[in-house]
Design a protein around this ligand. Structure first.
Ligand SMILES: [Zn+2]
Length: 99
């Protein structure tokens, strides 16, 4: 996967985790909607890295006898998301709106 796609994917994950709890299969579906074919082999290390950086936390729960990790954004992750939002706005205005 290209580095820029991974960056966009991380942003999607951070954003969605700020709105609700997210989990692996749900994220793969959501990202497929945006045209990203994400394998679990890419997704789980990405999530683990975000947890290590303190941007997300997770809670393991058993649903239908399956262990599932539910991820949420942390206060640090929210701060990061807000910073990035400003950058996205700036980039959008320059690259798309061309003002
Ligand atoms: Zn999304």
């Amino acid at each position: 996967m290209r580095e820029i796609d991974l960056a966009f994917i991380r942003l999607h994950i951070l954003y969605h985790a700020s709105k609700e709890e997210v989990y692996g299969v749900g994220l793969v579906k959501e990202l497929a909607r945006h045209g990203y074919k994400l394998s679990f082999g890419t997704l789980y290390p990405t999530l683990a890295k975000m947890v290590r950086k303190g941007l997300m936390t997770y809670e393991a729960r058993t649903v239908n006898r399956k262990q599932r990790k539910y991820y949420r954004i942390t206060p640090k992750g929210l701060k990061e998301l807000n910073k990035v939002k400003n950058k996205i706005r700036e980039l959008y205005e320059e690259v798309i709106v061309e003002r």
